[in-house]
Design a protein around this ligand. Sequence first.
Ligand SMILES: [Zn+2]
Length: 367
Amino acid sequence: MNPKPLTHEQIRSAPKVVLHEHLDGGLRPQTLIELAHEIGHTLPANEPEALANWFFDAANSGTLERYLETFAHTVAVLQTPEHCFRVASEAAQDLAADGVVYAEIRYAPEQQLLGGMSLEAVVEATLAGFAEGERLAQEAGNPIIARTILCGMRHADRTLEIAQLAAAYRDKGVVGFDIAGGEIGNPPERHLPAFTYLRHVSMPFTIHAGESVGTPSIKGAVAVCGASRIGHGIKLMEDIDLSSDEPRLGRVADYIRDRRIALEVAPSSNLQTGGAKTLAEHPIKQLFDLGFRVTVNNDNRLMSRTHTSREFQRLSETFGWGWAEVRRCTENAIKASFLHYPERRRILEAVIRPAYAALEASESDSE
Ligand SMILES: [Zn+2]
């Protein structure tokens, strides 16, 4: 137990890795206001602070389904190449300013066709935006690598097409695939053709599962569909018996821990969608202590009014996490990322490990 929580500034200075970040959940309030004004979309508030508060309150509903309703406003302003470009560029810059050195940012191109863009046009404008964001972040002294995960919507029927789109842009910045949207009533197996296709072309994917549905959804995602990571996965606790001193894992939990399948946990988001009442009751610490490959993510910075340093800061305050835990989650994340192995290794060995070694050394000097 680390007696003194890490400060926000300490955590911001450390390199971090984000695997679960929605492009349409991380807009700057001011940008959303400007873009909505351009296209004549009416927002619930027209001043940045008031709008940020509206999103947080509306998303703080206790269910995933109501949380997702807030995205109507952000998706509305992602319907032109210029807007996709700007939002992507700002997302990369904002993550970089918070000390994120590698990010996989996801979105669902099928939701961005209302202005007449093709699926390909959405992907190309957004990739160009990420590249611009990387360039500007580098200039600002905060280098970041931003890669894309394409999502198919799980209530719709275009997931095979989006999986093929992801594969078509594989060497141009798209590194993986996911299904997003309401989990209840939309089990991963419904989209088996998309996952089977991806396995045939040897492309990795993650699946949102265990966020609002428990073990059956997680089992479907990993054992049936073959996901190599799980979005959230916190309801995996249903498959873990903690009633005695020796925790007993069920088959699904064992499979996930044994295979080192990463859990893309987003603590603040999980509190908003009813995954836990308070952070102290959130299972992230138990999962971490049991040796699961836990990673820490924002999910949606706008809806959860958060960013990566804040997520870690809250974990440090609540569970006494120090550099060892922040470092472990960061190493877990780069190891589970969809980058090619030599690139993962380079970031781990040239960026993450030296930085944490220095932070840990300065910590022990000051004691
Ligand atoms: Zn998500």
